[in-house]
Design a protein around this ligand. Sequence first.
Ligand code: SF4
Length: 439
Amino acid sequence: MTLTAITAIRRATAVSLRRTLAPTSTSVSVRALSTAPHVTIDKFVSPSNYSTHQDTVLRHPNDVRERNAPFTEETSRTLGYVTASVRNDWTKSEIAEVYSLPFHELMYRASTVHRMYWDPSEVQQCTLLSIKTGGCTEDCSYCSQSSKHKTFVKPTPTMKVQEVLEAARRAKEAGSTRFCMGAAWRELGNKKNAFGHILEMVRGVNSMGLEVCCTLGMLNAEQARQLKEAGLTAYNHNLDTSPEHYPNVITTRTYEDRLQTIANVRDAGISVCCGGILGLGEKESDRVGLLHVLATLPEHPESVPINALVAVQGTPLGDAAANDEADSEGIANVDAFEMARMIATARIVMPRTMVRLSAGRLSFSDAEQYLMFQAGANSIFNGDKLLTTDNPAFDEDKALFEKFGFVGKPAHAGPRVAPMEVRGEVEITLVKGAEKQYA
Ligand code: SF4
């Protein structure tokens, strides 16, 4: 179904209007518009392209563009006194203002935004497998797999297709619905044989009914196209930190290189997974700077993983943290409140994005992780390894889900529509009859 068709359906079904406002009305939080629009306050009416799953829960389309298409006329959502919107014109100072809110207020707002756009009981479980470990020519100063650092990691060749598919099968049995394959490469480059095997892995994992993600370093447009054709759901390429702090962390490739790969992935119609790491010696302004870059991309990433640095001996950042060096302030030792603050800000500035609580989870108690889910995280990585570092085992996460009352998101099913939206508790401001143009 085309995006236009989906938008038309949404238009046709948005019928429960409570009131219509003149464009100059001050009673609604609508930003300046270039032409006279038709502003309405709406409640949710199910578009016909939404599906119901076997549990009779209403679900959005799984494809991120199809999922977002019905909302092109939507300007904002309001619940209680909290108003949120999907915007790509955030300024750094606006994001800094959100990030600096008193903790209790930030958590309340993020949690409310989460309930306006998502079902907070649904948390996706993903598994990340290192299919080619170590020997990477990049110098990322946090990474155990860089050939520039002496760490416990021994380089190994690319795994065989059957081994990877076997791991995917085990992950699926354990409840995972997205399988991510990581290779320690600067770029996919000219690795024709390896790429052929990776395309086979993507096809194989896809045919098991799992969502498939890869993280293989820099990609060109043609490689992205072939991965899409093979059935790749998403591509992960993290920006790690702000453009200003980035050169202190990595010198062998530029921020611009990373943005180009992200653009190639997006242009191929693959979902973008892009996030960062806390504990790289960054300042709070760098955390805001990273969120600013993500929230002002032409499309928000479908997925934003937030990691806490796992300090590994032999890496520059791991050694600085262990030796308590004078300039090691802000390296590792990320506490739960910092993680929750980052996740909450990401949730507010990118409301339709899946925020993934990623590396470093082992260092947080169940109660601390709960804080992060309350802040708006709606995905975790499971399995006892996250590439090369330790991660909670499948059984521990199963117990965690039972304790919190979470259910996993089925693969390829699209997320549940927010119960608060379905119950009509969310007020939606639509702008019709004019193209939205922000002042
Ligand atoms: S983070 Fe990725 S690109 Fe950087 S050194 Fe590690 S494997 Fe290589």
